[in-house]
Ligand binder design. Structure first.
Ligand code: GRF
Length: 226
């Protein structure tokens, strides 16, 4: 990829992950250009963060649409306006339908707070603690029609401590999610990463296990590659 990856970010909440991307771009650490931030929530903190950074923003309130399909049609049009190479769902709390998926298949990634395939959906911290897991983490995966079910590109793992509750676990995972998202966006800008037949293909080779975030914020492979 020669020029920066034109990137559209979708947010519903505070946008701390968006901020991590903005900061990394400003620091010259990422070969991406965030040119559009879209939210389905009018007062989402992520919108203010984008505006402060001089990034174009749009609001599409799902409650104002008569059907999910109408919302998706409008969302797909808005997303297409910036001609993105990459779409990042960073805390976007809406299920993406086929009208959005189809045109952006293989270009859309989602950040999810669990070690997928474990704990799709919500309340991942509580579920991991209640199951007695010793580790939790976050995953970045291609978005497909299956909720939190697309092929996983990268993960970060953290321990679950004996006295963790969902809040403390979430608080410790947050900064690691930021690092994972920045590292993954950087990786996507530097490599040919495709989603094909339910697998992640990196520079022509099938990824056998998710890339793991290392202590130096690089993404390492889990298995030897030739
Ligand atoms: C993150 O925890 C992410 O894993 C989840 O939503 C949260 C978004 O946080 N999908 P923020 O809006 O980026 O602060």
């Amino acid at each position: 990829m020669s020029g920066p990856l034109k990137t559209c970010v979708l947010v519903s909440g505070t946008g701390s992950n968006l901020q991590a991307l903005i900061n990394a771009c400003r620091a010259g650490k990422l070969n991406i250009e965030i040119n559009h931030v879209i939210s389905n929530v009018a007062n989402a903190g992520g919108l203010a963060r984008a505006e402060s950074a001089g990034i174009a923003t749009s609001v599409l309130q799902h409650g104002l649409f008569s059907s999910r399909d109408d919302f998706d049609r409008a969302l797909a049009l808005l997303m297409a306006a910036g001609k993105p190479d990459l779409v990042v769902l960073a805390g976007f709390m809406r299920i993406i339908g086929p009208r959005v998926l189809q045109p952006f298949q293989g270009k859309m990634i989602n950040l999810h707070p669990s070690l997928l395939p474990r704990y799709r959906g919500t309340e991942t911290y509580r579920r991991a603690i209640e199951a007695g897991d010793r580790e939790h983490g976050a995953s970045i995966h291609f978005v497909t029609e299956e909720l939190d079910g697309g092929p996983v590109i990268s993960q970060v793992v953290i321990p679950i401590l004996d006295d963790d509750d969902p809040q403390t676990l979430a608080a410790r995972l947050g900064p690691m999610e930021h690092r994972l998202l920045v590292a993954t966006a950087g990786f996507l800008a530097e490599h040919q990463v495709k989603c094909s037949d339910g697998a992640v293909i990196i520079d022509g080779k099938t990824l056998e296990a998710p890339l793991k975030l290392q202590e130096n914020d690089q993404l390492g492979f889990n298995q030897p590659r030739d």
